[in-house]
Design a protein around this ligand. Structure first.
Ligand SMILES: Cc1cc2nc3c(=O)[nH]c(=O)nc-3n(C[C@H](O)[C@H](O)[C@H](O)COP(=O)(O)OP(=O)(O)OC[C@H]3O[C@@H](n4cnc5c(N)ncnc54)[C@H](O)[C@@H]3O)c2cc1C
Length: 395
């Protein structure tokens, strides 16, 4: 693929102009809830990007991508993060979408890709089960063939957004013999199918992102299977490569660095900005982030050349999440005792009352607490180190 040279300054201006117009104060406020964003607000932002043709920069042009170079994608992500745009749910655009356009049938592509692109259909990810997280291949949710349908029974857990989603992509066991990896299939399941029950798990930040999903005799057409039966592990790993690249959150961390610099000018009448210990930790984190941004740019270039990020995305995941956690720690330390009030209605964006401290202190502890999960989801960082040792370094 030949990518035309672009004037990056002009492109950056174009993105900024768009954001200045499209990102309303309301949407900016809704963005602060992260994953907890209400579906309407998330969908409203998604729609604006879709209408501009910018919702899926990483997708091939033939399927609705932008055709941008790696640099343009980078600029776009950076400008969105710096402006504080709402997060786009990753489960459709960043996970199952690429699986469907890479391995799906034409019928599956026609059925699912338009709804992912325009944001009208929300997805969730049914991988983890109680007892099958890091050791995902041991999963026990079964799918037994009955004519043109599978009958699915079992339980998923930690399913982000299952209560908001229309569809779930699930790994199921279709063969119990042989190596566990060779008996898994990848199914697309309508959440309205009889026999699916979603139960909430409220996490330590006080928000409801997570769920348990139970399947009891859920009938799924065989035509909803991606690729071949028992080859689901291949598609699942392809998807995880995309997921881990996204979790690095480089642009979001740049925004957090900028915010912390501003906070340091305000806290204790600017005395924090003179605090050598605090500011040098912030500087070290910023340098690590600059290095990570370069690694991410290399990976984007590889993607652009048609390569899957594969196992190297584990590096991005580890470093990106460590940086996010350090920045969350610095924010709690920066706001000091204003981190102590834990007002759920304020954290959930449901209160009009003034918080006791500055606005930027309200969710400092909630974000810090939930941020611990970033080194667990998408495959824990310990597992990523194992992946790097084996698959990247060949140890
Ligand atoms: C906030 C959040 C959102 C999530 N969203 C989703 C979702 O939408 N869909 C989904 O399917 N899943 C989701 N998950 C699940 C997530 O993928 C799993 O939690 C993760 O894979 C770890 O699995 P586990 O919880 O079973 O922990 P375990 O696998 O039991 O691990 C426990 C600890 O042991 C360590 N460990 C385990 N095995 C090894 C090993 N071989 N070597 C070294 N250390 C090891 C782990 O690193 C971890 O510290 C989410 C999790 C969280 C916290």
């Amino acid at each position: 693929m030949t990518i035309p040279a672009v004037n990056t300054d002009a492109f950056r201006r174009e993105v900024r102009d768009f954001l200045a117009d499209a990102l309303t104060t309301e949407l900016r406020k809704a963005a602060e809830l992260g994953f907890g964003i209400h579906r309407e607000a998330g969908a409203a932002w998604h729609r604006k990007l879709y209408e501009r043709g910018w919702v899926a920069p990483e997708w091939p042009v033939a399927f609705g991508g932008t055709g941008w170079s790696a640099t343009q994608q980078h600029i776009f992500a950076e400008e969105c993060a710096l402006a504080g745009t709402p997060m786009l749910m990753p489960f459709g655009l960043g996970m199952v979408g690429p699986v469907i356009y890479t391995f799906g049938t034409e019928a599956q592509q026609a059925q699912h890709l338009p709804g992912i692109l325009d944001g009208s259909v929300w997805w969730c990810q049914g991988y983890s089960e109680p007892g099958s997280g890091s050791d995902l291949a041991s999963l026990n949710t079964t799918a037994k063939r009955d004519g043109d349908e599978y009958v699915v029974n079992g339980q998923k857990i930690w399913t982000t957004n299952a209560h908001k989603a229309d569809w779930i992509f699930a790994l199921v066991r279709t063969n119990a013999d042989g190596k566990p990896q060779q008996g898994i299939s990848f199914l697309l399941i309508d959440m309205q199918t009889p026999g699916i029950e979603v139960k909430p798990i409220v996490s330590i930040d006080g928000l409801h992102h997570l769920n348990e999903v139970y399947f009891t005799d859920v009938r799924v057409p065989v035509s909803n299977r991606i690729g071949e039966e028992n080859k689901g592990w291949t598609y699942a790993k392809f998807l995880l490569g995309h997921e881990r690249t996204g979790i690095a959150g480089v642009a979001g961390s740049k925004r957090a660095v900028t915010a912390l610099k501003a906070i340091s000018q305000q806290e204790n009448a600017g005395a924090l900005a003179e605090d050598q210990a605090f500011m040098s930790r912030l500087a070290v984190t910023e340098v690590k982030l600059a290095a990570l941004a370069q690694t991410e740019a290399r990976m984007l270039a590889a993607l652009e050349a048609g390569n899957n990020p594969g196992d190297a995305s584990s590096t991005l995941k580890i470093l990106g999440t460590e940086i996010q956690q350090e920045l969350q720690t610095l924010r709690v330390e920066a706001v000091q005792y204003y981190a102590l009030p834990f007002e759920l209605s304020q954290i959930r964006g449901e209160s009009n009352a003034n918080p006791p401290g500055p606005d930027y202190a309200v969710s400092a502890v909630a974000d810090y607490n939930f941020g611990r999960a970033a080194s667990i989801y998408g495959g824990s960082n310990e597992i990523q180190r194992n992946v790097i040792a084996k698959a990247v370094l060949g140890l």
